[in-house]
Design a protein around this ligand. Structure first.
Ligand code: SAM
Ligand code: SF4
Length: 345
């Protein structure tokens, strides 16, 4: 269990910032805490997955220690992701530890991406630990389609999670992965459902990450065509706000709600990328669209001080690629072997 008296990043002298060779400053860490999940979404996982051995997972202490190293070097926002982060045993201890860094000003934000099924249990505690925003993945409101897409999930659990999060005072954003087929028919319903509840909706293009036993080029639905189709029924006004991430936002005038489009493949956000990703086994990925990573676990486990870990991190950031090279042109030929559940969104 993490030691609640552990020194805070704010207690120590700040170190050099994490700047890559293109001058981009890394201020945002996405930290995967597990590759396991209670669902098996068809675009994310294969039906039968091999999960990592427990001994290879970073412990909660190691996840915290690594977060502190990143915060000391200028990371101001941490997103906890997975797999499904809320199925990791004792995960609330990590939130509790990280919450101290919101209190002392090291962190601007601690956020979470979840499928929502465990939120009825944890939403209030998460709010108590300083979380204010949560992204919930929901691709369908239809119980049958949700069950098919998640290979067995119960949409009522996700909906109860969303309700619990809002009740606890968390600002909810819903992410939906666009896939050719029924999605297009459901989209109007998703817009109404989210915007009626004051929830922003973001659509994500399917990315060719990992073999999931379907033809990605057949299921890929380009969001520019979705947008064109929406514009025949809704008035979409582009919004200027840019989070530095891959999403472009519009306001849906009929609802007053916000709709985002994440188009990682037709990438025009790499130039402002401020993100780093660490897998649950401690591999640092400086670009989600590349298969290359550097291991931090051994450096963590074989040294008491953080110099060794810092050395590996700085080295990796110096080699952060200028842009990703993902493409769905011919069924993931240009995709990569790692499943999304290894690293999180
Ligand atoms: N289990 C949590 C969830 O579903 O929100 C967090 C991890 S999940 C891997 C993070 C995000 O990645 C989700 O919004 C999910 O929809 C998205 N995702 C998974 N596989 C994807 C893929 N192949 N392409 C695009 N988005 C994907
Ligand atoms: Fe699990 Fe999230 Fe992947 Fe769905 S998208 S299988 S909920 S990790």
């Amino acid at each position: 269990m993490p030691d609640p008296r552990a020194p805070s990043a704010g207690d120590t002298v700040r170190r050099p910032l994490l700047t890559d060779s293109f001058g981009r400053k890394m201020t945002y860490l996405r930290l995967s805490v597990t590759d396991r999940c209670d669902l098996r979404c068809v675009y994310c996982m294969a039906e039968h997955m091999h999960f990592v051995f427990h001994k290879d997972l970073l412990t909660l202490e190691e996840l915290y220690r690594l977060s502190a190293v990143f915060m000391r070097h200028g990371v101001r926002k941490i997103r906890i992701t997975g797999g499904e982060p809320l199925v990791r045993k004792n995960i609330m201890c990590l939130f509790e530890m990280l919450s101290r860094h919101i209190d002392n000003g090291d962190l601007d934000e601690l956020v979470l991406t979840t499928n929502g099924t465990q939120l009825p249990r944890f939403a209030q505690q998460l709010h108590d630990y300083g979380l204010r925003r949560v992204n919930v993945s929901l691709d369908s409101l239809d119980p049958d389609r949700y069950r098919t897409l998640t290979r067995g999930g119960d949409v009522r659990k996700a909906l109860a999670g969303i309700e619990a999060a809002q009740k606890a005072g968390l600002k909810v954003k819903i992410n939906s992965v666009a896939m050719r087929g029924a999605f297009e028919n459901e989209l109007d319903g998703l817009i109404r459902f989210t915007h009626e509840r004051g929830i922003d909706l973001t659509l994500i293009e399917e990315m060719p990450l990992g073999d999931v036993h379907h033809d990605r080029s057949a299921s890929f639905l380009p969001l520019d065509s979705v947008r064109q189709n929406l514009e025949t029924r809704w008035t979409l006004t582009p919004l200027k706000a840019n989070t530095g991430g891959p999403a472009r936002y519009v306001r849906v005038e009929e609802t007053g709600g916000q709709l985002g489009f994440i188009t990682p493949l037709s990438c025009d956000f790499c130039a402002s990328c401020n993100r780093l990703r660490v897998s649950c086994t401690g591999d640092l990925y400086t670009c989600m669209g590349k298969d290359t990573s550097v291991p931090l676990r051994e450096a963590l486990r074989t040294s008491c001080g953080d110099e060794k870990v810092e050395g590996v991190i700085f080295d990796a950031i110096a080699r952060k690629p200028e842009r990703h090279s993902l493409s769905v042109a011919s069924n993931a030929v240009s995709g990569i072997g790692r499943h999304m559940s290894v690293l999180g969104g």
